[in-house]
Design a binder for this molecule. Structure first.
Ligand code: DP6
Length: 370
């Protein structure tokens, strides 16, 4: 018997950054974060999950390369076991041409075969884990017949990779940290009971859907297609262990910014929105620099793009763009559709740029007012 399901999931870009965990297994973040989810057309992962008795071993094939299941994927599968309904999952019998039900005990005996591809460079700071693991969560939920809503599914995705939980929703999304501790030492030394509680509550919530602010567009500037030197999981762990600035940021800076950017989104207050995005991005990279030994993700091209953005913004009646950079050198420019052509012209001249890909957040028409 083979049960198979394919899903497609987009990347999301953090505007208020997640950097640091207080529990590595349950993936509980030290602060809440906020992101925008791209539409699915280009930057996305496609994942197929198949369950079958004939597979010899459970297997993950990522971009054509076979890998074993990581501890995180094993954790996702064990989380799922409790949610599988006792009566099992529905499947289509292709021989008989009818719907059948596969009981839970049979489902659990089957080996899991996962095949996932990204249509963009993996692990280069274009948020590949966010689309890959959210896609896996969607597939697993369906193929095992669990009827988790998107919030619950975001908990499952979180166990695969923190940022993935935000890709379950479109538009503007908050990943709630799931606990109320305010002192960093208490957060760092979170007790096992508190982790258990936080794990139930730490999930994604949609703030506004994709139609709310549809004049926003995104330009992705590929400053390098190389794999980043320090994976975010390791980088953020080192930062939690050594950066005093990160501790201050998580408890004193992020909560206020999260509140202010949520209001800016609700009010469509572009000036406040863009300023917070830029400050947040730099705050992430300041935490990396304050880590010991320091971590450098931005390269010269990234810095040139940041300077260019400030130069353009100074000479205009409103900010033309905000930049945001994750754990890599690539740069995301958040702009308005009416500024797109102008911005892309300027950006194309930046030295060292491999490629600049235009992504429209929600709709495809461009209006140019320049
Ligand atoms: C810089 O979600 O890749 O993109 O939870 O360890 O898998 P793990 O980390 P990951 O971290 C992404 C961090 C970031 C900022 C963000 O997306 O909020």
């Amino acid at each position: 018997k083979i049960l198979s399901l394919t899903a497609v999931s987009p990347i999301n870009i953090a505007l208020i950054k997640y950097w640091g965990k207080c529990d590595e297994i349950e993936i509980i973040p030290i602060n809440s974060s906020l992101s925008i989810t791209l539409n699915c057309d280009d930057l996305c992962s496609t994942t197929t999950v198949s369950l079958g008795e004939s597979y010899e071993e459970s297997e993950l094939i990522l971009n054509g390369k076979s890998e074993g299941f990581s501890d995180r994927i094993k954790r996702m599968l064990s989380f799922l076991t409790d949610s599988i309904p006792a009566e099992g999952a529905k499947a289509w019998d292709t021989v008989k041409g009818e719907e059948i039900t596969i009981p839970k005990e049979d489902l659990l005996k089957m080996k899991v075969h996962v095949e996932s591809t990204n249509n963009f460079p993996t692990a280069s700071g274009v948020a590949s884990s966010s689309s890959g693991l959210s896609c896996l969560a969607l597939c697993l939920n369906k193929v095992y017949g669990c009827e988790m809503d998107l919030g619950e599914c975001s908990r499952l995705a979180r166990l695969g990779s923190g940022s993935a939980c935000r890709s379950l929703f479109g538009g503007f999304v908050i990943w709630d940290k799931g606990f109320d501790l305010t002192n960093f030492e208490d957060i760092r030394n979170i007790t096992p009971e508190q982790v258990l509680e936080a794990s139930k509550n730490s999930k994604a919530i949609q703030v506004k859907d994709e139609s709310h602010w549809d004049e926003i567009a995104l330009v992705i500037c590929v400053a390098t297609s190389e794999k980043k030197k320090i994976a975010s999981t390791k980088g953020m762990k080192d930062s939690v262990d050594t950066s005093e600035f990160l501790a201050y940021r998580a408890t004193n800076i992020v909560p206020k910014r999260l509140e202010n950017i949520t209001k800016a989104i609700e009010d469509k207050d572009w000036n406040t929105f863009t300023e917070i995005i830029i400050k947040e991005s730099n705050s992430l990279h300041a935490s990396c620099l304050d880590t010991y030994p320091p971590i450098f993700y931005m390269n010269e091209t990234t810095k040139n793009l940041a300077s260019l953005t400030h130069d353009i913004n100074q000479n205009f009646y409103e900010p033309v763009a905000a930049y945001t950079v994750d754990a890599g050198a690539n740069c995301f420019l958040i702009t308005k559709k009416k500024h797109l052509n102008y911005l892309i012209d300027l950006v194309s001249d930046v030295a060292g740029l491999d490629d600049s890909k235009i992504k429209f957040n929600f709709k495809d028409e461009i209006e140019t007012e320049h």
